[in-house]
Design a protein around this ligand. Structure first.
Ligand SMILES: [Zn+2]
Length: 274
């Protein structure tokens, strides 16, 4: 499943190709994905004016023109790739956005949990998909440590569950929560409100580092990347704990333990993360 680093890498690639350019045509090969696609409105937004910016909010990519914006969410299996128009369309291509030079961005989503939606200029931050999102961990204007400390004071839930709550902070999915807690030597089961401000300072630093490393590891996702099994793949960090049950901890060689929290797998070192 694409996580924040994949989406950020995608946004950077799309931004480089798209800002200042116009779409000559936009076509939809089906009327709905997870929800109905506002096909007419998206055509109006995207074909009347050049794209002036491409941004990210959580796991949403937002493509803006002066007429409004298109929101793109990749869901479980979605991809947004750049292809020559002569290139054969892959199965499950649901939308085609053609540029003046003939190249096409294509939205492909076999499992159809993705979203393509329109946002009007005046509702950019109030749109229902965006309005409840927490802070951006990689935004320079955000003091992540302070935010996590302050928002955790009344939270008795486990710190890992707290980190994965997208109304607190976006983009800390299961993998990144497990990895950053291991790096910060914090037990994922400890109640969020029990951690000190100093612990959150360290944890915030590790979250930012883990996400930044994943972005660096990603390279470009505009090409149709497939893993060795031939499935569409997403990039991953060299993981230290996630998925390493019963394997030796990379710091102390103790066996990594797997537990379940809020129906998600948690991996932890019983020695480093007491
Ligand atoms: Zn260890």
């Amino acid at each position: 499943m694409p996580e924040l680093p994949e989406v950020e890498t995608l946004v950077r690639g799309v931004r480089q190709e798209l800002v200042g350019k116009s779409f000559v045509s936009v076509s939809f090969l089906r009327a709905d994905i997870r929800e109905p696609i506002p096909t007419l409105r998206l055509k109006q937004i995207l074909t009347s004016q050049p794209v002036h910016s491409v941004t990210r909010r959580g796991k949403y990519m937002l493509i803006h023109t002066s007429q409004g914006s298109m929101g793109v969410h990749l869901g479980m299996s979605g991809k947004f790739v750049l292809s020559a128009s002569s290139q054969e369309r892959l199965p499950h291509t649901h939308a085609v956005f053609e540029l003046v030079d003939g190249r096409q961005f294509r939205f492909i989503d076999p499992r159809r949990f993705g979203r393509l939606f329109s946002i009007e200029c005046e509702e950019l931050n109030e749109h229902p998909f965006l309005s409840k999102l927490g802070v951006e961990p990689l935004n320079d204007d955000v003091n992540l440590a302070k935010h996590l400390f302050q928002s955790s004071r009344s939270k008795s839930q486990a710190v890992k569950v707290f980190l994965m709550d997208s109304s607190v902070v976006v983009g800390v999915g299961n993998i990144y929560a497990s990895e950053s807690l291991w790096r910060a030597k914090i037990n994922p089961h400890v109640s969020a409100k029990q951690l000190t401000s100093k612990m959150y300072t360290n944890l915030a630093r590790q979250i930012i580092k883990v996400l930044s490393e994943a972005i660096l590891a990603g390279g470009t996702t505009l090409k149709d990347y497939r893993n060795k099994d031939g499935n569409p793949g997403y990039f991953q960090l060299n993981l230290a704990v996630y998925g390493r049950e019963a394997k030796p901890c990379r710091k102390c060689a103790a066996m990594i333990v797997k537990t379940t929290q809020a129906a998600r797998s948690t991996y932890q070192c019983p020695i480093c993360q007491k």
